[in-house]
Ligand binder design. Sequence first.
Ligand SMILES: Nc1ncnc2c1ncn2[C@@H]1O[C@H](COP(=O)(O)OP(=O)(O)OP(=O)(O)O)[C@@H](O)[C@H]1O
Ligand SMILES: [Mg+2]
Length: 511
Amino acid sequence: MNAVAPVLALQGVSKRFGPIEVLTGVDLDLAGGRVHALAGENGAGKSTVVKIIAGIIRADGGTLRLDGAPVVFQGAADARRHGVAVVHQHPAVFPDLTVAENIFIGRQPRRGGRIDWTAMYATAHELLLRLRMEIDVRLPVKALGIAERQAIEIVKALSLDARVLIMDEPTSTISSREVDRLFEIVATLKRQGVAILFISHFIDEILGLGDDVTILRSGRRVISCPAASLTPEQTVRHMIGADPGALFPKAAAAIGAPVLRVRNLSGAGFVEDVSFDLGAGEILGLFGLVGAGRSEIAQMLFGIVTPDRGEMHIAGTRAEPRSPQEAMRLGLSLLPEDRHLQGLVLPFPIRANATLTVLRRLSGALGLVNRGEENALAREYVARMRVVASGIEQVTATLSGGNQQKVLLAKWLIPAPRVLILDQPTRGIDVGAKAEIHRIVSQLAAQGMAIILISDDAPEVIGMADRILVLRAGRLVATFERDAVDQQAMMLAAAHTTWDQATTPALQATP
Ligand SMILES: Nc1ncnc2c1ncn2[C@@H]1O[C@H](COP(=O)(O)OP(=O)(O)OP(=O)(O)O)[C@@H](O)[C@H]1O
Ligand SMILES: [Mg+2]
C-alpha cells in the first residue's frame, strides 16, 4: 500500500473462540511514521487484533512479523520488550494503587535497590501534564473517574518509548480537550517514526487522524486504503455493509407537564445550586467537559450520593431517594457512565443482565422467574440493538466492548421508568447501533418518558435534546433551546477549566 516496509505486519491472521471464528485471514501493515486507523462495527474483531499484537492471545493461524521477521510474543511483557505499547479498550487498573504506581507498575524507577518514589511521582506528573491532565499522582486510582483512568493508560503507553503504539478506542472516554491534546501527541510520535494503530468509532477521527484505513466486518478485512481516498459515507457503508439509518432522528414531541423538578441541588464535593425542570416527553441534554459535574448530578438524583442541599420533586411529590432501589421505586432509572464497575455482572449470560432490573416483575408468587417472558424480553432488545452474540445465553464478559454496552442499555430501558437518565449512552457504540439507540430514545420520549441525556458528543446532544444545559465546574453556565443551539457557543461555555476559571471572566450566566 505504501513504499515503506512495515514495522509490524499481520498476515492471514485467524482466531476462533470455541466454534466461532472471529478473525479470518486478516492482513494489516503498520509503517513507521504513519497512523493506521482500524474501523468496524461492534464485534467486528478490532480488539481481538489488538490483543494478538499485544501478546495477550495467540492467533490460530497466520503470521505476525516485526521488521519483516516472524515473531510470536510470549505474553504482554514480551510484546512490550519488543517495543509494542498498547492502550486497551478496558484498562486493567489496580484501584488501590496510586496513579503513579499504576503508570509504572512492574518497572518502578529505583535507586540503590529501592523504589525511588520521588522520581516516580515527578515523572508521572510530568507525563500527565503532556496530556494536560491535572491529576494528583499520589491518589489511589479508585478515586478517579473513567476519563482519568483512560488517561493513565495512555500515559503508561507513552512512557514506554515504543516503536509501535496501539490505541483501542482511546477517545471514547476522554473529553474533547484531552482528545485534542492526544492528537497533538500522536502527531509528535508520528514525526518520531512510531508506527501507530488507532481504533475509533468516530468517522471524522478515522479519516482525519488515519493515514491509512483498514475496515473489518465480521472478522474479515473489507478494505485497506489511504484515508484520503475514502468519504465518510463510503467508510460507514464498508463498516456496516449497508446505509445506516439517520443519526439523531429526534422527532418533535409535545412536551408535557413537569415530571422532574430540581431546585438548588448542591453536593458531591462541587456541584452548586443546580435547578431545572424536565417535562414528560422532553429530552434534556447535559453538556460539559469531563469533571463538569454531570455524572455527579445524576448520582445525586439517583440516590447514589446524598446531596448537601436542594430539593427534587417527581410528579409534584418531594422525593429524597437514599439508594438506587428507592430511586427506582420513585420511577427513576440511571444508565451509569462506568459500565464496567457499576453496570454489568460480567460472568452472567446476556439474558440475565438485560432483565436484572425487572426480575421482580417477572417473578411469580413463589419468587420464580417467568423464564419464557424473560427470554422474550431479552431477545427483543438484543435484536433491536443488534448485539453481536451467539445467543442470549452468551456470557457477557466474552462480548466485545460495544456489545456489552448495548446489553447494559437494554437493562435500563426495559423497566420503562418515568425519568430516564442516560450517562454517555452511545460511548463506544458503532454508527449503525448508535442510530438505533437514538431511535429508541426518541420513541421513549414520544411515549412520554422524561429523559436526561448526558454526553460529550456535541452533535449528539444538539441532535437529540429539546433543551441543553451546559455545566462547568459544578455550576449551570448556559442554557440553549433546541431551535437556537449554537455549537460553538456551547463548546465555549463548557470549555473554561476549573484551574483557569479564576483568570477568565464568567460567561453569560443562566437566567
Ligand atoms: N473470550 C471470548 N469468548 C468468546 N467470544 C469472544 C471472546 N472474546 C471475544 N469474543 C467475540 O469476538 C468477537 C470480536 O470481538 P472484539 O472485542 O474483537 O470486537 P471489537 O471489534 O473490538 O468490537 P467493539 O467495537 O465493540 O469494541 C465478538 O463477537 C466477541 O463476542
Ligand atoms: Mg473493541
